[in-house]
Design a protein around this ligand. Structure first.
Ligand code: HEM
Length: 420
């Protein structure tokens, strides 16, 4: 944010004197890169090479015709109505995780809510994909492996100069083996499903039944494994961090909790939420949106210019790396009144129309916008509702909570809470 205050919303620098880099919090330039002229901006090496080596070739990490073909195939499965079957699955995971959380609070007065939400979000993605595969040990192996892979990717981002050392010391080989093992577990889950009968209304059913328009064929097992692994990489840590930041904000705004509880009472009374209730729980949704504005888990994005380009006088030579700075856009004073203030009312429907394009983009924008956006909104609404019916939290380490911008925006030392 200091850069924006000093140089304006777009500024350029050179990496090691060679590669040109543009950081931008200008919604116009971001729209140009992600939407209007998106054909000229590819994904960076981090996603297409580093991540895809371990997390596979799925929607997030592929480009060009193959991406287009996969997006067209998978997109219908993420339409709102298609997700309705997941509400029941999500509710049962959330209730189980809250039982565990309550039991934990009986043994210890303080918990790290960042870790709890990581487990919650992992279980939600895992069971939304593989609803019938609930063996705790299998899911634990999967979770440990995916965490190890993510840690290794983060290490490469934080300390790229150590990459030769990672090769020499066998860390790449070890991460490759973890990736192979992870894919083996996913393959077993898929084999198991093929042996089952009936419909399960989960994401794996959707992936298995999707057919390419031209051939009428479905995906191969390798594709199924890769796409499911990508859902974990893209949809686990992002949602977990978003939820942890939401609890951080709510702990400091009891008046917002009171309003959410009133809405739960009005819309649901004592019954569990159903899919049709979600649009009526609009204040809860506004809280989620406002939390994603202040702490967007995907705080920065990255693209690379494929040929020389120009936007309103800003030269963008071929090879320029462009970093749309989402956190910065979400706090631009010209676009947001009192930008640092947590105020869910700013997402009230009547105010939404005034907002300029690309001034709010926690899920990115243009054709590569997050495919899991409706999934994530639904998941966050349900976690907030079910948790607040049972407990709320008091923040223990306010002065310690410092946003740490790694691949996703997380709290460096976690967010520690007492139950109230
Ligand atoms: C709060 C939670 C989430 C946030 C903030 C988030 C954010 C994003 C962003 C910013 C992108 C665009 C990346 C780019 O263009 O470079 C993206 C892509 C993607 N996200 Fe999410 N995401 C979330 C949850 C999820 C969930 C739950 C899933 C799946 C279950 C998911 C699956 C994906 C996939 C597959 C892509 C790649 C789409 C494509 O390129 O076609 N995300 N996400």
């Amino acid at each position: 944010m200091e850069g924006i205050a000093e140089y304006g919303p777009t500024y350029a620098s050179y990496l090691g004197g060679a590669e040109r880099i543009i950081y931008t919090a200008d919604p116009g330039l971001i729209q140009y890169v992600l939407q209007k002229n998106q054909k000229n901006f590819g994904k960076s090496r981090l996603q297409t090479k580093v991540l895809s080596r371990f997390a596979g070739k799925g929607l997030l990490t592929v480009e060009g015709d193959y991406w287009r073909q996969q997006r067209r195939l998978i997109q219908p499965g993420f339409h709102k109505e298609k997700l309705s079957g997941l509400v029941k699955i999500m509710l049962s995971v959330i209730d189980e995780q809250l039982d565990l959380l309550e039991a934990k609070f009986e043994k210890q007065s303080v918990v790290n809510i960042s870790e709890e939400m990581m487990e919650m979000a992992f279980q939600i993605v895992a069971r939304s994909l593989f609803s019938t595969h609930t063996e705790a040990q299998d899911l634990r192996d999967l979770s440990d492996n995916i965490t190890d892979i993510q840690r290794f990717v983060i290490k490469q981002v934080r300390q790229p100069f150590k990459i030769p050392w990672y090769y020499l010391s066998g860390q790449f080989r070890s991460a490759d083996q973890t990736a192979v093992h992870t894919k083996k577990i996913l393959q077993e889950f898929i084999d198991f499903r093929r042996s089952e009968t009936g419909e399960h209304h989960d994401l794996l059913d959707m992936l298995l039944s999707a057919r390419y328009e031209d051939t009428g064929e479905g995906m191969t097992d390798t594709q199924l494994v890769d796409e499911s692994l990508i859902f974990f990489s893209a949809g686990h840590e992002t949602s977990a961090n978003a939820l942890a930041w939401t609890w951080y904000l709510l702990a400091q705004h009891p008046e917002v909790i009171t309003k959410i509880k009133a809405e739960i009472n009005d819309v649901l009374g004592d019954r569990p939420p159903g899919f049709m209730d979600l649009p009526n729980l609009s204040y809860t949704m506004q809280v989620v949106q406002e939390s994603l504005r202040l702490y967007p888990p995907a705080w920065i994005m990255d693209r690379i210019a494929l040929s020389d380009d120009e936007y309103e006088g800003v030269k963008i030579p071929k090879g320029t790396m462009i970093f749309p700075f989402i956190y910065g856009v979400h706090r631009l004073p010209g676009y947001w009144e009192n930008p640092d203030e947590f105020n869910p009312d700013r997402f009230d429907k009547s105010k939404m129309k005034e907002r300029p394009a690309f001034s709010y983009l926690p899920f990115g924008g243009g054709p590569r916008m997050c495919i899991g956006v409706n999934f994530a909104y639904m998941e966050m609404q349900l976690v907030l509702i079910q948790t607040l019916r049972r407990m709320s939290f008091q923040l223990v380490n306010k002065e310690d909570v410092i946003p740490q911008p790694l691949i996703t925006l997380r709290a460096a030392k976690g967010i520690k809470m007492r139950k109230v």
